[in-house]
Design a binder for this molecule. Structure first.
Ligand code: AMP
Length: 419
């Protein structure tokens, strides 16, 4: 099947061709015709499957067909996402797909000044991508009018629920027209997702595509057993000997991310760290530098990395295994996207054996193990309990002023009591 077969407008086909997409991904093939029939959709699909184009293209197509381009700019579509990073990426994508249409989009999230967002909204916007907290601020300040929204998209809905946004979502629903098309994307179907869907979707069509990660053959996974004190040395060697140009490295804590980034610098490897304690601007800059190849390594905590979408990211390293097994799946899903090959390596010390066991139970497979010459673990070292944070005091408290943004900071780490 081609994009042409899907009956999309030539303005959209032109944008798709400019993106270099040759054919629709499975989620696009399934979702686009259903959305074009104006049906609500409940889709099981993760970031990395091409879901953003899967909902944006038919939405733009319907707007073009309804000739709404002739009317004044007003908010016709709202996309809600859990994090600032995902919101920015989704809006970048929408901008690209809508490039040749008359529709304008903007992104709204917390942790940055509200005034530039107000100015942008005043100019007239058709598509808004937002995190729930900051959107509610705009709603209560009456700086946004959502009374003519035709399309509502809940992106990574499971994460929004995980992050405690359910009441915010309900409040947002109250100001939206009842007559609208609602599309819900979620990586998992929990009871809570079903409840949300029952409440807000009208006889949705169910769409599911294969998970883009563990089962995917495009990500080669390996466990490197190593002593904790030698992880940095091993990582430096892997990067240097493999001549890795672009590697995303995960740590469990913000403090650990900072420390590793500094240590890599002393080893002569350029790197940047992103985590919830960094300002939005610092996070955006770090991500940009990484994408442009100005730094070889991006060290991230799980929450900061949510939604990060980097085309052709060849290497992911778990410097420390996550204590929540699902995070492993999300981490390695950053590589091997859109059919590209990726490699996910985990550096595992004896303290992390239990984490490894529960990850393998979750993904229902044994990850190949490697004992690298020169790095064999010292058998006399016994497992110790994992210290979960360099900033223990702050760990369970929301940070001031950020309790309602959609970002990787306060609410999420507070809610789950980690990182
Ligand atoms: P998403 O799941 O929406 O985050 O998309 C994941 C990645 O796939 C993004 O980098 C998109 O640019 C890319 N992508 C989306 N659709 C296609 C397609 N039809 N062909 C190739 N790449 C695509």
């Amino acid at each position: 099947m081609t994009f042409n077969d899907l009956g999309l407008n030539k303005l959209l086909l032109k944008a798709i061709a400019e993106q270099g997409y040759e054919k629709p991904t499975p989620i696009q093939e399934q979702a686009i015709p259903v959305i074009l029939q104006r049906k609500d959709v409940l889709a099981g699909a993760q970031t990395g499957t091409g879901k953003t184009a899967g909902f944006t293209l038919p939405m733009l197509e319907l707007l073009l067909r309804s000739k709404q381009q002739d009317s004044k700019h007003h908010v016709k579509a709202l996309v809600l996402t859990p994090t600032r990073e995902l919101a920015s990426q989704v809006q970048d994508n929408i901008y690209n797909y809508a490039k040749h249409t008359p529709y304008k989009s903007t992104v709204i999230f917390g942790g940055v000044k509200i005034n530039p967002q107000i100015v942008a909204l005043r100019k007239g916007i058709d598509i808004v991508v937002a995190t729930p907290g900051r959107l509610l601020d705009h709603i209560s300040q009456k700086t946004i009018n959502l009374s003519k929204v035709d399309f509502l998209i809940l992106d990574e809905a499971d994460r929004m629920l995980d992050m405690g946004f359910v009441n915010d979502i309900k409040k947002i629903m109250e100001v939206l027209p009842k007559e609208r098309q609602t599309l819900l994307f979620s990586a998992t179907y929990s009871e809570d997702i079903k409840k949300l869907s029952n409440k807000f979707l009208k006889s949705p069509t169910l769409i599911e595509v294969a998970r883009a990660n563990t089962s995917s053959e495009t990500v080669a996974q390996a466990i490197y057993h190593v002593d904790k004190t030698r992880k940095r040395e091993l990582l430096t060697q892997l990067i240097n000997e493999g001549e890795w140009k672009m590697v995303l490295v995960f740590t469990r804590t913000k403090h650990g991310a900072n420390r590793l980034s500094e240590q890599l610098a002393t080893d002569g490897i350029t790197s940047a760290a992103i985590h919830g304690n960094k300002s939005q601007n610092a996070r955006t800059k770090a991500l940009e530098d990484f994408k442009k190849g100005k730094v070889r390594v991006l060290v991230a905590t799980d929450i900061a990395a949510r939604g990060i979408d980097i085309d052709h990211l060849p290497h992911v390293v778990n410097y420390e295994l996550p204590n929540v097994s699902e995070d492993y799946v999300h981490r390695i899903g950053r590589t091997g996207r859109a059919g590209n090959k990726g490699e996910a390596i985990s550096l595992v010390c004896v303290d992390e054996d239990d984490f490894l066991a529960s990850i393998e139970k979750l993904i229902k497979k044994d990850i190949p193990k490697v004992w690298l010459k020169g790095f064999k673990p010292d058998p006399s070292i016994k497992a110790e309990p994992i210290n979960m944070g360099g900033n223990r005091g702050a760990r369970n408290k929301p940070r001031g002023g950020q309790s309602r943004n959609g970002g990787g900071g306060a609410r999420s780490s507070a809610g789950r009591g980690r990182r």
